[in-house]
Design a protein around this ligand. Structure first.
Ligand SMILES: Nc1ncnc2c1ncn2[C@@H]1O[C@H](COP(=O)(O)OP(=O)(O)OP(=O)(O)O)[C@@H](O)[C@H]1O
Ligand SMILES: [Mg+2]
Length: 590
């Protein structure tokens, strides 16, 4: 047989590929016409084949630390203020670092609707009444933290800050619940750091003088943090680390962050230079806790759990218990525990109390689990097979803006990202099957608007604070059996932060989402959103309360009598005192 002429193979697909390419070119030109920037492919060669980064040198300038041979640093290696022994009580300014920490274009700034954040019902309960602070200057904070708050451009405390600051300064454990984007991170960092700043020299573990350079073989110390902050995701941990780097500026307190997926070696080397504030995800934290020559929790005075209701879930139980016990070696009898979230259902609230002192303070701003009125919520009916087209049309119908699209699975995230990318739209994706390099890069591209469309799974639902996310799309609504309405609240809370406004669009169809519908409708009614016709039938009957969960029911369930200080713990507005209750639950005006 004559040999087959392979040159003809190259032609065989042309009829298909030519048509595909033409369609792509057309889609790309439509996307450009609508103002979307050109999509940029992910450079796998750049990120995955270069040798490991050198460790950040002590004398390396911040810019050099941030970019090495065009390769961005790991978030954990970001520059922080390095204290030197010869400094007195306050370190000198470092203008370059100051610019980087406080004046980046990508930091969220207060929006015009900040007033909507303040006018929310506040319930605070405790044996002693915490008096809310009205300004940062009058809150009795350490002068360095006051300076740093000014550098952050925080003019007035948000309600949760107004209550959390005095509660922590007066030495109480705390459960704090406040809506997404209302400044909970600073609400725990500000009072805790302020309390430690004056005493750091006395309390902190010995550490090398970084002014003399750092030689790992002779200068390494065991990290003995004073504060342990735990968050459920890597990106959230690094974000808290960024806020800690700002608020620790010019102080002796040295923050570090540990999280999975990034090199253990770099994180270990940072710990070895000394660490006062340790932020981390549970897995990596436990790994380091198993290495007492690297990390000891014996000095920890504050354990803070961000997104506490998530970490109290059964999936995390054994990890959580180990972390809360300080690795069994914590020596501080005066150890304080603080828990924060925007959502805290009844079961979690009961669990949380097991870990807290009897005189803990509970503060909630608005109903736990409510959404913010600054988010405009739209529900669109879309049959499953039409969602993709629906999304495309939606994106092209809107002015280009930072858009976060949630789906329910990693494969769906990849699929949708590919689809949008092929349609000429500047998208990228983040989920737990991507490498940490890819995850950090995706988030950086989204923040910088290089890729203003980010397709994400629930891993990014909580806590992330990205400037100008104008639109959150629930391509898939969360399943009622998996995250449900709680996850919905966190997802849409990625927009409309700190007084800004934003839009949330969710694709709904009865086949898939009817389980969620009753909860969704109640949430929409609560913030006076439009209820679409197809959800009318899920409206509660006349006279029915919107949210049963938040009544006295909890007291019946937990076997506590009504006259314990728990009293009206999570009920509505407290109605009165019982004769022998230590103090009435109070409804403070802010
Ligand atoms: N007092 C303040 N004034 C102005 N901006 C503030 C203030 N406090 C915090 N911020 C800013 O508000 C934004 C949102 O804060 P943060 O991420 O702490 O919200 P959160 O309540 O933790 O939200 P989530 O529930 O989504 O985690 C951040 O960019 C933060 O820098
Ligand atoms: Mg938060």
């Amino acid at each position: 047989m004559d040999s087959f002429d392979v040159s003809s193979i190259g032609m065989a697909l042309n009829d298909v590929t030519d048509a595909q390419n033409a369609r792509k070119a057309e889609a790309a030109s439509t996307a450009r016409e609508k103002g979307w920037v050109e999509p940029e492919g992910y450079d796998y060669a750049k990120y995955n084949t270069l040798p490991q980064l050198p460790k950040p040198g002590e004398n390396t300038e911040p810019e050099q630390q941030q970019e090495h041979q065009g390769l961005p640093e790991w978030a954990a290696n970001a520059a922080k203020y390095e204290w030197k022994d010869e400094y007195g009580d306050v370190g000198p300014p470092n203008p370059q670092l100051e610019d980087m920490l406080f004046r980046s274009d990508f930091i969220n700034r207060t929006g015009l609707k900040i007033g909507n954040l303040q006018n929310i019902e506040v319930i605070a309960e405790s044996r002693e009444r915490p008096q809310p602070v009205k300004s940062f200057d009058d809150a009795g904070l350490h002068p360095i933290i006051c300076d740093n708050i000014k550098l952050c451009c925080y003019d007035v405390p948000t309600p949760i800050q107004a209550y959390a600051i005095p509660a922590v300064l007066t030495g109480h454990d705390l459960i704090a619940i406040a809506q997404t984007g209302s400044g909970k991170t600073a609400a725990f960092l500000i009072p805790v750091l302020s309390q430690l700043m004056g005493k750091a020299k006395k309390l902190a573990a010995p550490r090398p003088n970084l002014a003399d350079g750092f030689n790992p073989s002779t200068d390494s110390v065991v990290a003995e943090p004073l504060v342990l902050i735990v968050a459920p995701t890597r990106e959230l941990s690094t974000q808290i680390f960024d806020e800690a780097r700002r608020l620790c500026y010019r102080s002796m307190l040295r923050p570090c962050v540990v999280y999975g997926g990034a090199p253990v070696r770099d994180q270990r080397d940072e710990l070895r230079k000394g660490c006062d504030i340790l932020i981390g995800t549970p897995g990596r934290l436990l790994d380091f806790m198993d290495k007492p020559h690297i990390l000891s929790l014996r000095r920890v005075k504050y354990t803070i759990i961000d997104e506490a209701d998530e970490l109290l879930l059964a999936d995390w139980e054994s990890d959580f218990n180990r972390i809360m016990s300080g690795g069994d070696i914590n020596e501080d009898a005066d150890h304080r525990y603080l828990m924060f979230s925007a959502t805290f259902n009844k079961e979690c609230r009961q669990l949380a109390r097991k870990f807290l002192a009897d005189d803990h303070v509970r503060v909630r701003i608005g109903r736990p689990g409510s959404t913010h009125i600054n988010v405009d919520q739209n529900i669109v009916y879309a049959e499953e097979h039409l969602k993709k087209q629906c999304l495309y049309d939606l994106l092209l119908a809107m002015p280009p803006s930072r858009t976060l699209i949630f789906v329910n699975s990693k494969s769906q995230a990849d699929f949708l990202d590919d689809y949008l990318y092929n349609m000429g739209l500047p998208s990228t994706s983040i989920h737990s099957d991507r490498t940490q390099r890819e995850r950090e890069d995706a988030l950086r591209s989204f923040r910088s608007a290089k890729c203003p469309i980010l397709v994400a799974t629930g891993v990014s639902a909580r806590g992330l604070d990205i400037k100008n996310v104008m639109h959150v799309v629930n391509f898939d609504l969360p399943r009622q059996s998996h995250g449900g309405i709680t996850e919905y609240v966190h997802r849409i809370g990625r927009t409309a932060r700190i007084g800004n406004e934003g839009l949330a669009t969710s694709f709904y169809n009865h086949d898939r989402d009817s389980d969620l519908a009753p909860y969704l409708v109640r949430l929409l009614l609560e913030t006076k959103q439009k209820i679409p016709d197809f959800l009318e039938s899920y409206k509660p009957a006349d006279g029915e309360t919107l949210f049963e969960d938040d009544t006295d029911e909890e007291r019946e369930g937990n076997g506590e009598s009504a006259n314990e200080d728990i009293g009206n713990a999570w009920g509505g507005i407290p109605t009165g005192d019982t004769s022998d209750a230590p103090a009435p639950a109070a409804n403070y005006d802010f």
